[in-house]
Design a protein around this ligand. Structure first.
Ligand code: A2P
Length: 318
């Protein structure tokens, strides 16, 4: 496994297990299998609805001595209904209870979008709060307190575009360790990746395989397939590898973390072994040419009629 340095004391496994879309009754098996294979980085969130089952498996693995807490890197996220200062710590404490952990390695603000407290997903316009209703500085200061209290080691964000990440960094006391965003050959985010490298923010690529298992309501009719693109297929054939391994090895070669989701034992193993696949410069160049600024997860689900959010507003500048 490839590791990225985090600071003088810690490293993070560059390939982790994604748990978005892994249902109750299947996520536990996937995490157990992943730990057996060697995964040590698990990416979670309360909105995935499965943290309790993940926690049961992590606890069992630590109890039997299969892994120690120190060997694990566990990430979770702050949902959109808990951005107000007073809600941040209780939200983390709930996640810690579900995951049966004393601390998280990394706690991320999931989206730059606010909901009213207790609303999991707004059905009416008034259940959203405008972006300026809770300044990022307020949420971030509450996140910083969590680090000081030892409830998480590092803090960061997800789905922040360059402008929002820069604004946050300008006012942060504790700097964000991570920005987790959609990234794959169709959405390479070169400006954001360059900025993160320069500013020493790690970047995790979610949906690195194109997240084909999203529910129909989250998909567009004419989505392009990543796993079937001829360049990906040819590169896989050349290296006697699988298309998914090419996509993941590309992300790792570009210095980003990747968190592929799978609940299938052979695909979990296949994905894990992608960290050993070394692509050639010519492969990287060919994959670079696949850029088409295509988002599978564009946030349109936050843009219902009357909402203060829109796809254009989420991603604005690039
Ligand atoms: P499954 O869970 O049945 O393995 P993403 O990580 O981009 O969200 O993509 C997840 C989707 O990709 C899921 O449908 C998952 O199915 C599938 N998937 C995961 N690993 C592989 C693989 N190695 N080859 C093909 N599809 C995969």
């Amino acid at each position: 496994m490839k590791y990225f340095p985090v600071d003088d004391a810690h490293t993070i496994p560059a390939l982790g297990l994604g748990t978005w879309k892994s249902g109750k009754g299947e996520v536990g098996g996937a995490v157990a299998e992943a730990l057996k294979i060697g995964y040590r980085h698990i990416d979670c969130a309360p909105i995935y609805g499965n943290e309790q089952e993940v926690g049961g498996v992590l606890t069992a693995a630590m109890r039997t001595g299969q892994v120690t807490r120190e060997e694990l890197w566990i990430t979770s996220k702050l949902w959109n209904n808990a951005h107000a200062k007073k809600h941040v710590r209780p939200a983390l404490e709930k996640t810690l209870r579900e995951l049966q952990l004393d601390y998280l390695d990394l706690f991320l603000i999931h989206w730059p979008v606010h909901f009213q407290a207790n609303i999991m997903f707004p059905r009416r316009p008034e259940e959203f709060l405008a972006e300026d209703a809770i300044p990022i500085g307020e949420t971030w200061q509450a996140m910083e307190r969590l680090v000081e209290k030892g409830l998480c080691r590092y803090i960061g964000v997800c789905n922040f575009n360059l402008r929002r990440l820069r604004e946050l960094k300008n006012q942060a006391g504790i700097q964000p360790l991570m920005n987790q965003v959609e990234r794959h050959p169709y959405l390479q985010q070169v400006h954001l990746v360059d900025y993160c490298k320069t500013e020493q923010v790690l970047l995790t690529a979610y949906s690195p395989l194109g997240s084909a298992d999203r529910s129909a309501s989250l998909k567009k009719a004419d989505e392009p397939s990543l796993l079937d693109h001829p360049v990906i297929l040819q590169t896989a054939e050349k290296h006697h590898a699988k298309p998914a391994q090419v996509l993941l090895a590309w992300g790792l070669a570009e210095g980003t973390l990747v968190i592929p989701k799978s609940v299938n034992p052979s695909r979990l193993r296949e994905n894990y072994l992608a960290a050993d696949l070394l692509l050639h410069d010519s492969d990287l160049r060919a994959i670079h040419a696949l850029e088409r600024a295509y988002r599978f997860v564009d946030g349109a689900f936050f843009g219902s009629p009357g909402s203060p959010y829109s796809v254009a507003g989420l991603w604005d500048e690039e």
